[in-house]
Design a protein around this ligand. Structure first.
Ligand code: DSN
Length: 423
């Protein structure tokens, strides 16, 4: 089916925009997408996310809205809520946050006042902007204190986290982040938070799908609030959820609406409901474990090819490559890989001597390639491409990058991506 047939109204009304969508479909089909926070949603999630639910305002919550005509919307949101509660084993779920940053801001609104001390992992160590980092509103409206990883192991030093928490007594402690290749010990964080009298929030945006599929321990029962986006390993539309113990349900709901947001994006809620349904199937358990198996196989193959990996490898979907020893900075490598049809992002590594906009590392992950059906047997090939592309970047060897791009496209053609035209 051609793009004109798939989106006939769009092509007729706005061919310029339609051509861009079509080009993006081709790009996502032909390239090897290794950004660990990205994925491919299913055709069903895509369909649910682009429906007439878009036309409806629904400020409030199911059964308690400020607009009439909610017969269907209430049921859509209730379905999403029930599915989230069942999948993650939590008392309460709010599926309305527009994305991860607003979700985290709602947590601050629920539990802290401006000027209060909050604690999270430093962004350059693998944390997230919204965990109290200075350039974020969360770091300027609150007093952010930050923990990191040990320089010798690249692992979180839980003794240091405990010492900082007891010295600072933060209102909120965030665990989780965006560049953490290792398992998060939620029990250790829970005992620290209890001792410090802090509200503990697990930001599991990156690993939500692994948790749902049983490939990473769950924070449920250990933390006060679970914050997650829905579009990473969970394979839903771009959105977020806050899940919590019953005692915090009112505070969380009130913070999301009316505290921070207006009407929920009902078409996104529908897509989230479908993604949660898909994540509850036995096939998703296999998917989550395959993501981790692929990441471990890719890490091993990269180590064999002389790459330096932060923390020496991975326990999850994500690998952080420190290119310091390769003499190719992260940004140069990322742009060369992009020209080779391999899409990654440049990233700081812990204790990076370089600047965030020109750092020493690249961050890769296996959620997308696993969604296409690649297995551990393909990972040496992927590692070879990365190695050859980084070498080519050092020599500015454009023909070598073009050759890799063609090999990548050949393999990708054999593994159509879910939700894309060729699937
Ligand atoms: N932007 C997300 C990521 O790439 O990890 C985090 O917000």
């Amino acid at each position: 089916m051609t793009a004109h047939h798939r989106q006939p109204a769009l092509f007729a009304t706005d061919p310029e925009l339609a051509a861009l969508v079509s080009a993006e479909e081709t790009l996502q089909a032909e390239t090897l997408r290794l950004i660990p926070s990205e994925n491919y949603v299913s055709a069903a999630v895509l369909e649910a996310s682009g429906t007439v639910l878009q036309n409806k305002y629904s400020e409030g919550y199911p059964g308690r809205r400020y607009y009439e005509g909610q017969q269907n919307i209430d049921r859509v949101e209730a379905l999403a809520i029930e599915r989230a509660k069942g999948l993650f084993g939590v008392d309460h779920a709010n599926v309305q946050p527009y994305s991860g940053s607003p979700a985290n801001l709602a947590v601050y609104l629920a539990f802290a006042k401006p000027g209060d001390t909050v604690m999270g992992m430093a962004l350059p160590m693998g944390g997230h902007l919204t965990h109290g980092w200075g350039v974020s509103a969360t770091g300027s409206w609150f007093r952010g204190v930050q923990y990191g990883v040990r320089p010798d192991t690249g692992l979180i030093d839980y003794d240091a986290v405990r010492a900082l928490a007891l010295a600072e007594r933060p209102k909120i402690i965030f665990c989780g982040g965006t560049a953490l290749p290792r398992t998060i010990d939620f029990e250790a964080f829970a005992s620290i938070a209890e001792e410090a009298g802090s509200v503990l929030v697990a930001d599991v945006a990156h690993i939500a799908g692994l948790i749902a599929g049983g490939a990473h321990p769950s924070p449920a029962g250990h933390v006060d609030v679970i914050s997650t986006t829905t579009h990473k390993t969970l394979r839903g539309p771009r959105g977020a959820m806050l899940m919590c113990k019953e005692e915090h349900a009112k505070a969380i709901d009130k913070a999301v609406f009316p505290g921070l947001q207006g009407g929920p994006h009902n078409q996104t809620t529908a897509g989230i409901a479908v993604a949660l349904h898909e994540a509850a199937q036995p096939s998703f358990v296999s998917y989550a474990h395959a993501v981790v198996a692929n990441a471990k196989a890719l890490a091993a193959a990269l180590l064999e090819r002389g790459f330096d990996l932060v923390s020496g490898g991975t326990d999850n979907h994500l690998i952080l490559i420190d290119l310091t020893g390769k003499d190719v900075p992260g940004k140069v490598a990322a742009k060369a890989l992009d020209r080779a049809g391999i899409v990654v992002n440049y990233n700081t590594v812990p204790f990076d001597p370089r600047k965030p906009f020109d750092p020493s590392g690249i961050r890769i992950g296996t959620p997308s390639l696993t969604s296409r059906g690649l297995t551990a047997a393909h990972m040496p090939v992927v590692a070879d491409w990365i190695s050859r592309a980084v070498d080519a970047a050092a020599k500015a060897d454009e023909p070598a990058l073009a050759a890799i791009r063609s090999e990548v496209a050949d393999l990708m053609a054999a593994f159509p991506a879910p939700g894309l035209p060729l699937a």
